[in-house]
Design a protein around this ligand. Sequence first.
Ligand SMILES: Nc1nc2c(c(=O)[nH]1)N[C@H]1C(S)=C(S)[C@@H](COP(=O)(O)OP(=O)(O)OC[C@H]3O[C@@H](n4cnc5c(=O)[nH]c(N)nc54)[C@H](O)[C@@H]3O)O[C@H]1N2
Ligand SMILES: Nc1nc2c(c(=O)[nH]1)N[C@H]1C(S)=C(S)[C@@H](COP(=O)(O)OP(=O)(O)OC[C@H]3O[C@@H](n4cnc5c(=O)[nH]c(N)nc54)[C@H](O)[C@@H]3O)O[C@H]1N2
Ligand SMILES: [Mo]
Length: 784
Amino acid sequence: MEEMKAKPAVPLPTLGETNDLGKPWRWEEDGCTVTRSAPWSPPGCHPVGCGVKLYVDENGKLVKVEGDENQQITQGRLCVRCLTLRDFVYNPSRIIHPMKRDPKYRGQADKWEQCTWEEALDIIEENYRRITAEYGCESVVFFVGTGREGGTLGPYGTYMLRSPNMCYTQSGYACYVPRMAAAAYNLGSPYPEIDYAGGLPGRYDDPAFVNPECIMIWGKAPLASNPDGFFGHAVVDMMRRGARLIVVDPRITWLSSRADYHLALRAGTDTALAMAMLDTIIREDLYDHDFVEYWCYGFEQLAERVATMPVEKAGEICGIDPEYIKDAARMYANAKPASLQWGLAFDQKANGMQLSHSAICLMAITGNIDVPGGQILGNASSGQNETGFGFEEALGKDLISKMIGLKEYPAYANTILDAHADLTLQAMETGEPYPIKMGFFAGNNLMSCTSAEPKRWHDAMCKTLDFCFTLECFMTPSAQAVCDVFLPLATAAEEDGVDFAHYGATPVGTGFMNKALSVGECKTDMETCMIVGKRLNPQLWENYHDVYDFIDDLRLHNNHRFKDVCKEVYVQKDVEYYKYETGHLRKDGQPGFNTPTGRVELWSTMFAQFGDDPLPYYEEPQYSPLNTPELLDEYPYVLTTGARAYAFFHSENRQIPFCRELNPDPLVEINPKTAAKLGIADGQWCEVWNQFGSAKLKANVTIAVDEQTIHAQHGWWFPEDDPNEPNLYGTFRSNINNLVPNFHFGKLGFGAPFKCLLCNIKPLAENYDTDMQLVWEKFKREDQ
Ligand SMILES: Nc1nc2c(c(=O)[nH]1)N[C@H]1C(S)=C(S)[C@@H](COP(=O)(O)OP(=O)(O)OC[C@H]3O[C@@H](n4cnc5c(=O)[nH]c(N)nc54)[C@H](O)[C@@H]3O)O[C@H]1N2
Ligand SMILES: Nc1nc2c(c(=O)[nH]1)N[C@H]1C(S)=C(S)[C@@H](COP(=O)(O)OP(=O)(O)OC[C@H]3O[C@@H](n4cnc5c(=O)[nH]c(N)nc54)[C@H](O)[C@@H]3O)O[C@H]1N2
Ligand SMILES: [Mo]
């Protein structure tokens, strides 16, 4: 519980030094006011703070969005989701006024009625008082999705609802936090991102930077995903400057096709590969002796452990030529510097913590941590800066001790103070340890996207929640199914706010969102949190008079005033290397790493303390050709899901005609030979199924996957389809998460098999094709 007390300090931008570009933040041009901004969400995105120029005409209408060439990281480059922001802002299906619906009519689209904010707040307050009086504050859950403005707003649960239960509803928290926890526990720093000179004023030409000779991209597709504050195109920038690639991915991607080594392993077998690479590097004496001797803990034990996974054995498990593994390991170890970029595939398996631990071992024994062009770390004061916001003061020890999963999975619950996803589902289903009666979701569409077995989550919520409300831009299947009040959410173009690369954990930069327009009665996450919080728990909000007080305190920790600094638009953060020598990694100022032993823990004292093996070990996925050969007759293919699509952020953007046209239907990738064998034609609708469920997707016949592997897109629903129960915009028809089970996590409570299951696939005669004409007609703006 010690960790909960600390209110982490905010990473301080050094204003005026790193960003003295002398560029205006707002100007007039051809009858428009142009505002520079560095948005986060919505539309959903991670906090890269991509630079945009928002053109607003004299009527206050957004007319176009362009990339901001002044933004130091993105330098004018933008993805389709920002370029189509105008279609998001003015989409005819966007909800721009509060709405209410009698809970007895849940799932009925025509029963919503527009109401005022006051009325909506009255309904929320009345239900909150009634429910918490009977069942306590712990019966209220803040259901949360991916990390973005809404998703990371800890104060929603803490200061608004005064509940210990903020629950990210993906089984085993299978996104980011497992990697972060493995790093926090074993490296003492939350996220070792690859160095792409993000924080350096001269970027790649800065004298402090060294271009990596080798980048190993593992279970990540950064060009499509730009995750967590990493700008994916930076990989291409560094390739142009000479970096060679190793890509570890069962699929062929743009980057793997340009790599020196593409380790196309069987999905889910990564830890075996990582251990074999460690073994090769140690056996062939390619490791950094000084770094290992002075800064690592448990090297001998690690060497002994990984010797149990020689390349021959790993090659067999992963389906890769052992010599090829050796060569790749040599290239990574010999390159100076080299960086390793780990992705979502690390989290989406029960064996993922061991994989993350192995990756940290690889980074460490090759001496690439905290060096230019290697892995960059934040200093002792950076971290996930708002989750711990007043947690203990607001809740008190008694309420905190009721957090679901705190006792069973402390390694999980303590990392970012989250209720365990699977145990929260269980609590809704069984009423144990206590009933869950009220919900709020911001940034979560669990029935289409976030959660495994979505119908199960649907049934549990519909059964147990007396009252639920949401803050959203669009009516989602989840909101349609279970919400009783809908609050309209402002987009990033309508918001003043702040975002940090890696939520503050790595030294890259801070972006400022500058409000350029208003739409309807929409409010931002920060405004809503404060308004609802002042109603429900006014005593906790006494110090905040307007939303800027809240932004200054929460995001800038009162070290700056938003209004003074927002005109900087994007501020790079100071970068310091070799902090383990200067004492800047540890709060006590001692040299070394912020771990119990002061070293990078190859032998993990924290894992041991939590009851897991302190060394990396390999476990087959729960359902796999080697682990469950008896299932192969029925489910002969390895299923991986959710590799990011350029057109969409998860379940979003399906109502944006330009995005939808890029990817009109849910796709399943299948190898041409497999497709031929099964009589599946390119573009034909198929059913993919396993022992947990089935989904209908359209075949994308491609050599991107091998004959054994099937890859399915995730997050699908059809905003043009029938909204009512039980159809709910057709979301259960094509939801690949029907095939993903809950409760298949690892010993520490983390991980879920989203990227390593078995399945079968067959062609369908039916046709569910999107009618693009209908999409355009239904979702186009008046002036399009
Ligand atoms: N456009 C877009 N960008 C996004 C998102 C989005 O929905 N759309 N979502 C955001 C979120 S929340 C996240 S977490 C990030 C995730 O972004 P990434 O970390 O890049 O993860 P994915 O795109 O899911 O998968 C990356 C690669 O892992 C491969 N893979 C699949 N199974 C395995 C396996 O078992 N082992 C290995 N080694 N590789 C495997 C896939 O083939 C894919 O190429 O993206 C963020 N960015
Ligand atoms: N099969 C499979 N399933 C997966 C994955 C996979 O790889 N495979 N990836 C998983 C991962 S890593 C993640 S993180 C989850 C993501 O799951 P979710 O977080 O549910 O994904 P989204 O669809 O992006 O977001 C849900 C809603 O948030 C709203 N929203 C966007 N920005 C904001 C904001 O700032 N504030 C508020 N209040 N609302 C906002 C959007 O309108 C959207 O309707 O999906 C998971 N699901
Ligand atoms: Mo995620």
